[in-house]
Design a protein around this ligand. Structure first.
Ligand SMILES: [Zn+2]
Ligand SMILES: [Zn+2]
Length: 172
């Protein structure tokens, strides 16, 4: 779905769309399970130089490798969004000028339209949790033998045991 300035000049555009897996290109490590649903509206903000605001809510189930054990980790997202798009301002030498780039949820568009798909892709990537884990108490992989410690403990820990502790154990 593309929002053109010509149409937005006349009225806000409401949308209610579902993107099948593969329609939005996430990174190869991020898999989309089922449809990505997004509903909301896009509008051209008055008294700006073509600033477009896209707000709504998106829900999607993603899957990625657990940061600790590398097994699949489910990432359910159900998040509101409120995104602002400003036209890219080209200077005489065609260098792109990005004003206030540090501002949150502010992006830039080129030409005379904003693509919803790209806006949603950016929002999903910004909404991912800092740490992706298959479960809160994931034990991860043993740094020595690589065994998945969720499945079974390995022997490395006992071999690594501090001799002072085993000395204490002997006292008991
Ligand atoms: Zn894990
Ligand atoms: Zn081990």
């Amino acid at each position: 779905m593309i929002f053109t300035l010509t149409e937005l000049e006349h009225h806000p555009i409401h949308f209610d769309v579902t993107y099948a897996p593969g329609e939005i290109a996430f990174s190869s490590e991020l898999r989309q399970k089922g449809g990505l649903h997004a509903a909301g509206k896009a509008e051209l903000l008055r008294n700006t130089l073509g600033e477009v605001r896209i707000q709504g809510r998106l829900t999607v189930n993603l899957e990625s490798a657990c940061d600790r054990c590398l097994e699949p980790a489910a990432i359910p997202l159900d998040t509101p969004f409120d995104l602002f798009y400003r036209p890219v301002i080209k200077t005489a030498n065609h260098a792109e000028v990005h004003l206030e780039e540090g501002e949150i949820d502010l992006s830039f568009y080129e030409g005379d339209s904003v693509a919803l798909r790209e806006a949603l892709r950016e929002h999903v990537l910004l909404s991912l949790p800092m740490q992706l884990v298959c479960r809160e108490d994931c034990k991860g992989l043993c740094p020595d033998c690589g065994a998945n410690l969720n499945l079974s403990p390995c022997q490395c820990a006992s071999r690594r045991a501090d001799p002072r502790w085993s000395a204490l154990k002997d006292l008991k």
